[in-house]
Design a protein around this ligand. Structure first.
Ligand code: TPP
Ligand code: MG
Length: 548
């Protein structure tokens, strides 16, 4: 029930109500690919185009990945629009990834005529039980059946995307419903309910952490908005902080207490109290072993997540930031006297760097990128050799500046996701790294980058193969190579044919020079092709031994 009417009813189409509500929630862009079911939606997008941009792509996966990248880079809700059936399915990998990465992304999906939904008549783009398909992909979905409902349905979806564990939502609307008019009251943003802080549990956590001899903090994607608090807690406890992939950048890599995966693994074996912040602790529980007598304290926005692997000693439910703020206030009363662990961590990190020297070819490229990418620049990772090494070794200085796909680890996400990140953060440079395999999933979106003048810099490491698969076939399957060698375009003229800037860089030094030039070009995209050979395997540093 609403107490006060937020605005006067005005005649609007359902589509106008949705778009006006997006604007009322401070969204400024919709990533979209049109089609007849959504013509009235695009008519509304035209009408409001002074306040909300429409960025159209060349494939629906491009639109959805762009919205995902924009959501990950900004931490704010983003939207995309597609036709039903094939349009929805084309966007589905990105929607799935948004779910697994807890990214607030709204899908606006067309539908066949309202009265015929579910009848199987064979309308254009009809798909059986579209609602059911969407329900397998997102937690919140609704079908707009009246223009009067459209604004509130949109606000409810946007609230659901930010409630508890964030994530995607979807709204369906039929071909004959988007354009229907009625008096509409626009729904302003609804308050997002926050779980009550469990002060007792936070105090118990403070006692445990305060008494810990060798505390360890592990961060996931849910810690990205709590960097200040994690940094303060780490200093107070002299606790090393492990971030891998989605947790990277929460503690600045230049802080000696910021540790990467292999050292984090070692520290897991020594820790007496572990604090997990916005992480499922999957690698720790599944691979490193949780049978040992270690106190596990978890902070997670999703109550159900705490117990999936193993009941934690203390479970704190809610956003990391307010919980950590309270924990920081409680901790001094219980905290043991701490001696600095910085020198120890520096030394141990250096020892690991030496061991990881085996990855020298990857490291040389990462060093070149880091040297040119400004501190607040964003690196978007891919499922490629340089990407695997980046997750381990690329220094990350600020939150939300290293975007790595969640557990889907879906090849081909990188380029279009990076385009979205760069589109939403025009103020900072974004660099995408990908293999020749991954890049070609969405390379046609170079046309989108040109059309919308998105200054993304993409580095394509070209080994003429699905290299990761190829190496596995060589090493584990007696060199029986199948489905892993690739025929590629000549990437430089390919990119240039779109109008993009393009260069070939042989080796890390040339990459650095090319990158400097590319980062200075802000009027459109640049592609840098780097021819490479097979690379040393990173897997021994990623999948490590079990303790118990
Ligand atoms: C959607 C999806 N399909 C398939 C895979 C399996 N896969 C993982 S890595 C890889 C090859 C990557 O090739 P490329 O992008 O060229 O990177 P490289 O390993 O050669 O550096 C494949 C096919 C995947 N992770 N995701
Ligand atoms: Mg390759």
């Amino acid at each position: 029930m609403q107490k006060k009417k937020p605005s006067k009813a005005a005649p609007m189409t359902a589509a106008e109500a949705v778009v006006a509500t997006l604007i009322g929630h401070r969204l400024d862009t919709v990533y979209a690919l049109p089609g007849v079911q959504n013509d009235f939606l695009f008519e509304a997008l035209f009408k409001f185009s002074d306040r909300l941009r429409t960025v159209h792509t060349r494939h629906e996966q491009g639109a959805a990945y762009m919205a995902l990248g924009a959501a990950l880079a900004t931490g704010k809700p983003q939207a995309y629009a597609v036709v039903p059936g094939p349009g929805l399915l084309n966007s589905a990998a990105a929607l799935l990834t948004a779910f697994s990465m807890n990214a607030p992304m709204l899908a606006l999906v067309g539908q066949i005529p309202d009265a015929d939904i579910g009848k199987g008549l064979g309308h254009l783009h009809e798909i059986r039980d579209q609602k059911g398909i969407i329900e397998r992909l997102v937690d919140h979905t609704a079908l707009i059946r009246k223009p009067e409902q459209a604004s509130r349905a949109t606000a409810l979806a946007l609230r659901a995307m930010r409630t508890g564990r964030p994530g995607p939502a979807a709204l369906e609307c039929a071909i004959d419903m988007w354009g229907r008019s009625a008096p509409v009251i626009l729904q302003p943003p609804l308050p997002v309910p926050a779980p009550r802080l469990d002060i007792d549990a936070i105090r118990r956590a403070a006692k445990r952490l305060g008494a810990a001899k060798r505390p360890l903090i592990i961060c996931g994607g849910g810690a990205q908005d709590a960097a200040v608090e994690v940094t303060a807690l780490s200093a107070m406890l002299q606790a090393p902080v492990l971030g891998y992939r989605r947790g990277r950048g929460v503690l600045d890599s230049r802080d000696p207490l910021s540790v990467t995966l292999p050292l984090g693994h070692e520290l897991w074996g020594e820790a007496d109290v572990v604090l997990g912040v916005g992480t499922r602790l999957l690698m720790q529980f599944r691979e490193w072993g949780a049978g040992r007598d270690v106190t596990v304290i978890r902070i997670d926005a999703d109550r159900a997540e705490h117990h999936r692997w193993r009941r934690p000693t203390i479970a704190l439910t809610g956003d990391a930031k307010p919980i950590l703020q309270k924990l920081l206030a409680e901790l001094p009363a219980y905290n043991a006297k701490r001696t600095s662990r910085r020198a120890e961590m520096k030394e141990r990190q250096a020892a690991w760097r030496k061991r990881m020297g085996k990855l020298a070819p990857q490291i040389a490229f990462l060093d070149a990128i880091r040297a040119e990418l400004p501190e607040n620049g964003i690196l978007v990772d891919e499922v490629t050799q340089i990407g695997f090494a980046a997750r381990l070794l690329f220094p990350v200085y600020q939150p939300r500046t290293f975007l790595s796909p969640g557990y889907q680890d879906n090849l081909g996400w990188g380029f279009a996701t990076a385009l979205g990140a760069q589109d939403a953060r025009r103020d900072v440079p974004v660099v995408a790294i990908s293999g020749d395999g991954g890049f070609m999933f969405t390379a046609s979106e170079l046309a989108t980058a040109m059309r919308h003048r998105i200054p993304l810099v993409t580095i394509v490491f070209n080994d003429g193969a699905f290299g990761n698969v190829r190496r596995i076939q060589q090493e584990r399957f007696g060199n029986r190579l199948i489905g892993s060698d690739l025929a590629n375009p000549d990437f430089v003229p390919f990119a240039k044919s779109f109008g993009a800037e393009a260069a070939r860089a042989n080796g890390p030094d040339e990459l650095r020079t090319a990158l400097r030039r590319a980062l200075a070009h802000r009027d459109g995209p640049t592609v840098i092709e780097v021819p490479v050979g097979a690379m040393p395997s990173p897997w021994e540093f990623i999948h490590m031994e079990r303790f118990v």
